[in-house]
Every structure is written in C-alpha cells, then in structure tokens.
Design a protein around this ligand. Structure first.
Ligand code: ZN
Ligand code: ZN
Length: 361
C-alpha cells in the first residue's frame, strides 16, 4: 500500500471542493491517510503540510505508525483541545477556506469552529476522503482477499458442527474463535447466526435458540485483516428441508448469481441491484427482499459504493462490493447469500469462495 501518496490525491481534490485545507476527524479516513490505527486523532491537510494531533496515550504509537506508513507529517501530542491546535495550525498555514467533514462533524462542534476557532470560511465537505477510498490498490485488495480466505476456511471447519444442535450463540462463537485462530485480528462485525424462524430477521442477534433438523441457518460473518474487512453470508440447511425452504434457497441462489454476473466496470450499481431483484420479483417474493443488494467493503464494513435501487454510483475496476440478496418470510425463516467481489474491467473477481451448497454436513 502506498499510503504516502494518498494525501497528494486528497490535495488535488481540495480546490474542486471549494477549500484550501481540510480537517479530517473520521478515524477510518485518518487511518487511510496516515496509517494511524488508534482511537483518538485529528488531522489537518493543507497545501504543503499534514498535521496530526492525538493525546499522550498515542505518543509512541502515532509516531511509529505514521513513519512506517511512509507519511510525511507533523505529529503533535496534546493534553487537551485538539480542535484548537488544528485551528491554530490552519491559521498559521494561511488557510482561508477550511473544509469540515459535514457527514460527521456535529452541529455543536461546527458552531464552535464558526464562533470561536476559525475566522475564515468554513466549507461543508462531503466524502472527499471516502471518494479516494473507493478504488482499492493492490495492497488493499490483498488484505480483503486474505480476510475473505480466513472466513472461507473458518466456515469449512465449523459448518459440520451445525448438526450437533448448538445454540445460535454457540455456533457464532465457534466461528469467531476459528477466524481468530486462523489469523484474523478480529471479527469484521458481530456475527449473525439466524436459525429457523429467526432467519426472517436479516440482522438477528444470535441467541439461545438451539439449531434443529429442518432449519435453514443464515450465517453472515467476516474477518478483519490489517484493518480491512470481509463480508460473506451462506444459508445452510440442517438435514432435509421442506419444499418451500428448498425453493427459497434456489431462488436466492439464482438471484445472487445473476447479481454477481452483472458486476463489471462501467455498469451502474443500480443495475446489479435490479438483476438480483428481478429474479426474486419473478418468484413472487419481491416484498420479502427487505434490504438493498450490497455495499462497498474496505476499511469500513459498510462503505461506498452502495448497490441499491437508488444508487447513482457506477462500478469501477478496483471497487470492492457485496452482492447479497435475500428472502425473509415471517414465521418461516430466511435465506441470504452474499459474496464480496472485486470489480474488474470485464466482470468481477469473487473473493469469498465458500461453497454455496446448503447442506451443513
Ligand atoms: Zn454480510
Ligand atoms: Zn454485507
């Protein structure tokens, strides 16, 4: 990963956003620009300087991580009021139009900047760093691929245990422990294990229900590798399932395959959503597909571009997105199948490779 080059790309975008400096407070954006992985930081990017401010807990870590990422920065460790330090640095740098990340700066904080901290013009910026993050470089793609491979292997090792009648929470923990033993720094998000009727809730919290013969089990999980996420869902059948559940599996599998086949550089993301949705509509379950088709994956588990009916994004080679249609029937259960894919010029490279064959055993 060439972290040091990212700030140059950001500088090139500042003027078009109407500012000559940007305050970056979103931690994933700070990590992207500097390599810093801690939980407190604030950054000023101006024409010829990057100022990084954190507190004493991160004195050594910040200096080490920023240096090892190859980023040229002035690191300031302060006891209090990082906003004041950044505002003073902005004034000293001669910045007159200062961008604040409009999607995350609170109203009260903006008022303090306007009333007390900065004399020049404050500019509400949207997704300046997030836009840079859309196209993954080779190092980023490699990390996501590793995270996906860990999730694949973990499911392969754990899936047979569904036949032993674990509770949802027990199976989720088994999967999480296995991912960590395979090298995941952490889980990508709280693992979803939704069995039987619980499967009708797309984001069910795994609980005390014991998994039984005849269940469909929706398993949505991922691994974290060096800050990068993976995201995969498989729906497994425990023993034989009835005809309606079998049909749900077939329809969602077809929908998901149509979606993956629709992915390629230059295609509107909304068309991928439509490709998935039309199969489910034709099966008569359009109303039971309760969410959008997918989302970008990277340093955040949910990031741009969105793959939805309303998305205005066009897919570009290097985007990493999920394709995850589902059908959810109250009282019966749910089926979702999800892959994380890397968009390429002529299609996509599927990064999650666990078999979609639903048999748990
Ligand atoms: Zn997922
Ligand atoms: Zn997802």
């Amino acid at each position: 990963m060439d972290v040091g080059a990212r700030v140059h790309r950001l500088r090139a975008a500042l003027d078009g956003a109407g500012c000559d400096g940007l305050v970056v407070g979103e931690l994933t954006n700070i990590r992207y620009l500097t390599g810093f992985t801690g939980s407190a930081g604030l950054v000023l990017v101006s024409a010829d300087e990057l100022v990084f401010v954190s507190d004493g807990r991160y004195r050594d870590q910040a200096a080490e991580e920023i240096a090892s990422a190859g980023v040229d920065a002035r690191v300031e460790i302060v006891a209090a009021d990082p906003d004041r330090v950044i505002a003073d640095a902005a004034s000293a740098a001669g910045i007159t139009r200062l961008g604040l990340e409009a999607e995350s700066v609170t109203w009260s904080r903006q008022q303090r900047w306007a009333g007390e901290l900065f004399d020049g013009e404050l500019v509400a910026t949207r997704a300046l760093v997030e836009t840079l993050r859309l196209v993954k470089d080779a190092g980023e793609a490699a990390r996501i691929r590793s995270a996906c491979a860990i999730a694949d292997e973990a499911l392969e090792r754990c899936r047979g245990a569904l036949l032993d009648g674990p509770t949802e929470a027990e199976f989720a923990q088994h999967l999480d422990t296995t991912m960590k033993s395979l090298g995941a720094a952490d889980v990508s998000f709280e693992t979803i294990v939704a069995s039987g009727p619980n499967g009708a809730k797309p984001h069910h919290h795994p609980g005390a229900r014991a998994i039984v013969e005849g269940d469909l089990v929706v398993i949505d999980f991922g691994a974290l590798v060096d800050g990068y996420h993976s995201d995969m869902t498989r729906t497994l059948a425990v023993g034989a399932v009835d005809e309606q559940r079998r049909r749900m599996l077939d329809v969602v599998l077809d929908s998901q395959q149509q979606g993956v086949e629709a992915v390629r550089s230059g295609r509107p993301a909304a068309e991928v959503d439509a490709a998935c949705r039309s199969v489910i509509d034709d099966a008569g379950w359009g109303e039971a597909f309760l969410h959008s088709t997918g989302h970008g994956v990277g340093l955040d588990i949910h990031e741009e571009p969105r793959v939805s009916t309303r998305s205005t994004a066009t897919l570009v080679a290097g985007h990493v997105v999920t394709v995850e249609p589902g059908v959810y029937l109250p009282g019966i259960g749910g089926v979702r199948i999800e892959d994380t894919v890397l968009v390429t010029d002529d299609g996509c490279d599927r990064l999650t490779l666990a078999p979609k064959e639903p048999s748990a055993g």
